[in-house]
Structure formats: structure tokens, C-alpha cells
Design a protein. Structure first.
Length: 111
């Protein structure tokens, strides 16, 4: 992918620090904001809100707000997000199964 590739912004969003974990969580079931915040250890509310907004703009996440008092907002995957979620989960499983530390001499230049 080149920097000018139209898919680059989508790739960056999906593979961002919080994009993938949010998509994986929503692939299991819809979540409310606080549930996602509590599930994703280390995410700030600002970053969670920003990432959810970006995923919604890109068409992966649906935001459903009720008119109750207080309002309730539930996030779920759109059909596009539902199509992506199992592929992303497969990638995470593959990474877990194949993640190995490189040999110590792998970083040294060859002479």
C-alpha cells in the first residue's frame, strides 16, 4: 500500500491501537460506552470516543442512542463491520500462534 492508496485511511483505522480491539469486542456483542471502556484496559474516554466516531464514519460501527433519561448509547457492528470482524479475529489468532521473538542475531547486519 502506498500513502496515496484510497484504502490506507481505512487500514490505518482498523489496525490502530484501539480500532482492532473495539471491533473484536463488538464482534462478540453490542456494547455500551462504559462497557467498552471497562473492557479495554488502558483506553482513555477521549480516545475511545474518538476511535468509535472514526469507526462509525468509516462504516464499521453503528451508534444507537435512545431518548431515555439518561440517554443510552449502544455500539454495534454494521454489516461491513460484521464482515470484517471474523477476518480480524483470524488475524489475531494467527498472530498469537506465530508470534515468536526473532533470534538475537537477526537484528545485526551481515558481514
Amino acid at each position: 500500500m502506498t500513502p496515496h492508496c484510497p484504502g490506507q485511511p481505512v487500514f490505518d483505522t482498523v489496525t490502530s491501537r484501539w480500532g482492532a480491539p473495539i471491533l473484536l469486542a463488538l464482534g462478540e456483542r453490542p456494547h455500551r460506552f462504559a462497557q467498552l471502556r471497562d473492557r479495554l484496559t488502558g483506553v482513555s474516554e477521549k480516545m475511545l470516543a474518538q476511535t468509535l466516531r472514526t469507526l462509525a464514519v468509516r462504516g464499521f460501527v453503528h451508534r444507537a442512542a435512545t431518548t431515555t433519561v439518561p440517554p443510552q448509547v449502544t455500539y454495534s457492528l454494521t454489516p461491513l463491520g460484521q464482515d470484517l470482524s471474523p477476518k480480524l479475529r483470524d488475524l489475531v489468532v494467527w498472530l498469537g500462534a506465530n508470534a515468536v521473538d526473532p533470534p538475537a542475531d537477526a537484528a545485526s547486519p551481515r558481514t
